[in-house]
Write a protein of this length. Structure first.
Lengths: 253, 317
């Protein structure tokens, strides 16, 4: 047994940057790239999952000398851990186009292998990451309504009555619309001011959810906030300046 | 009462049922092949979350609040054979999807002992992901390169060879694969890895150990085999692997318990190799271990420990 060796030099070089991994159609990520670029000193680069997966040379090393990774991208740029101060990970899907003509069995195997590789690589990054991957979703934990409502109930948020069985596996949607959106980032609540009990509930929900950054939509219902929805994929523009400032602090720390 | 969910005739499930009988532990078996005959209802309590109840084929109700622990070893229901009474009926698959979705989601949030929760079991979907967690939890892991670059792979193989070590390759994902040694002739087909990053690993010399952790208890098995992958020893070497129960050094046993806890896998099979200099290298933690193979060969009371743990018994004897 051993303790993992500390990796030095992260984000220390002159080309240190914040990396955003997102599809080119992810407007929230594009907005964030522009907004962060105006706020932080170093570069903010957006790479797509396809650029990573189709990199001509990928090497991820674990458990030995030279632990770390190197992507030599098709555009000639080289990504290494030493260059990253922080990562915004919005990799909700993987590119499989290059496997389209493979035998179905081989394709399924290769897709599983690519997912496993990306999960392991993202999980190995030792810089601040919004969000760290989860086995069920590369962009962070992906919870369905059963988990989300359970967390909400335990956190003290209002939840509608629900009864599920195999014939009715989904709870009916709330008839009201959410009126507030909050973000939980590293245990901080960002969003409209709410009573202390509601704030505690929202923070507790964030802890149960487990992602470094997540958003919660709610409305008022009687004596406590009522849970509507939550996601590990923050809608950055709706978080405004307060969320942007907090994200920049985390990523450029 | 404990709940055992799986195929009752499958060896690990059968051993768990036998152990529950032997110890007089009340149990219910959810025979996955008969899932159509089971019903599951979840009600959302505004303060404590989901509460559940099941109804079995005989109409008997199971209040899930009274279940102290669950052993789940369910297969992908899409691969279950069709019911014996004829072709699948319309809606069967949708019903099966819903049943399994509800059951697995409830396992994730249920407030009883679970071996193991579905979400925690997913860490094994990626060997490199789990290896990172294992390293952070204090174990050494094998030197590994995952690459789509033939030149990088050759440089890794050559460096290991120069230091007297072989290289093996195997899947990164949870897909079952037979570990293979990298041969010089494999260099000619390395171009294929450009399609998908592939895992290469410096072969760790030493003796294999499988360690089953059940709650806080540890059962070690020492495996003697000349095969690259002892599970396929007879095929690879013509001689089956030899297994014997063994006591592990205290620090190793404690590290395995800590690893299981860190991965939220209270019942796990940890694959270790003891190197000639006495170090232990960890390959993976299996979230749904086929422990019957080891129990049958060594007599280690793994199934008894499992059902006793599920019943809330933490006794060490």
């Amino acid at each position: 047994m051993r303790r993992p060796a500390a990796r030095g030099g992260r984000g220390a070089g002159p080309s240190a940057m914040i990396l955003i991994i997102a599809d080119p159609s992810d407007t929230g990520a594009l907005w964030l790239r522009g907004a962060l670029g105006r706020r932080v000193a170093g570069p903010v680069r957006l790479v797509t999952p396809a650029q990573l997966a189709y990199a001509p040379s990928i090497a991820h090393r674990l458990g030995g000398p030279g632990d770390g990774f190197r992507f030599a991208l098709a555009d000639g740029d080289v990504l290494t851990g030493e260059r990253l101060t922080g990562v915004v990970n919005r990799m909700v899907g993987m590119p499989f186009a290059h496997l389209a003509h493979a035998h179905p069995d081989d394709r399924a195997y290769a897709e599983g292998e690519l997912h496993a590789f990306l999960l392991g690589w993202l999980g190995s990054l030792d810089c601040p990451m919004l969000n760290e991957p989860s086995p069920d979703c590369l962009a962070g934990p992906l919870f369905g309504e059963i988990h989300a409502r359970h967390f909400a109930a335990l956190a003290g948020l209002g939840v509608g009555a629900a009864r599920l069985d195999p014939a009715n596996p989904s709870a009916p949607a709330l008839t009201t619309r959410p009126t507030m959106r909050h973000f939980v980032l590293e245990g901080r609540l960002i969003g409209p001011i709410v009573p202390a009990a509601d704030r505690d509930s929202l923070l507790q929900f964030g802890r149960l959810w487990g992602a470094r950054l997540m958003q919660i939509d709610s409305d008022e219902a009687g004596d406590r906030r009522r849970f509507h929805a939550a996601s590990s994929l923050a809608d950055f523009p709706s978080g405004g300046e307060a969320l942007l400032r907090a994200v920049a602090e985390v990523l450029a720390r | 009462m404990i709940l055992i969910a799986g195929i009752p005739s499958e060896a690990p499930v059968a051993l768990a049922i036998d152990a529950a009988e032997e110890w007089g532990i009340a149990y219910v078996v959810l025979d996955q092949r008969a899932h159509r005959d089971w019903d599951l209802t979840l009600n959302l309590d505004p303060h404590s979350g989901w509460r559940g109840a099941m109804t079995g084929p005989d109409g008997g109700a199971v209040d899930l609040d009274e279940v102290t622990g669950i052993y789940t070893r369910m297969m992908d229901h899409h691969f279950l054979p069709a019911p014996g009474d004829g072709p699948a009926r319309p809606g069967d698959l949708a019903r099966a999807d819903s049943f399994h979705h509800l059951f697995h989601a409830w396992l994730d949030v249920a407030q009883c002992r679970i071996a193991n929760r579905p979400r925690a079991m997913m860490s094994n979907m990626s060997k490199s992901y789990q290896a990172g967690l294992i390293a952070r939890l204090g174990f050494a892991i094998p030197e590994t390169l995952i690459t789509n670059d033939p030149d990088a792979a050759i440089a890794f193989v050559d460096r290991c060879a120069a230091e007297g070590d072989e290289v093996i390759y195997k899947s990164v994902s949870g897909a079952r694969s037979i570990v293979q040694s990298f041969a010089q002739s494999d260099k000619a087909r390395l171009g294929r890895i450009r399609w998908c990053p592939t895992q290469f690993q410096r072969k760790v010399r030493g003796t294999d150990y499988r360690v089953h952790v059940v709650g806080g208890r540890v059962f070690g098995t020492r495996i003697e085999s000349a095969a690259t992958d002892y599970r396929y020893a007879a095929r690879q070497t013509g001689e089956a692997a030899a297994l014997e129960a063994t006591e592990l050094p205290g620090r190793v046993a404690e590290a395995c318990v800590a690893l299981a806890a860190g991965l939220d896998l209270p019942f796990t099979g940890v694959d270790l190799r003891r190197t000639p200099n006495g170090d232990y290298v960890c390959f993976e933690a299996n979230p749904c271990p086929a422990f019957s193979y080891y129990e049958d060969h060594t007599g280690a009371p793994i199934s008894r420990a499992l059902v006793r743990w599920l019943a809330g018994d933490d006794c060490a004897d």
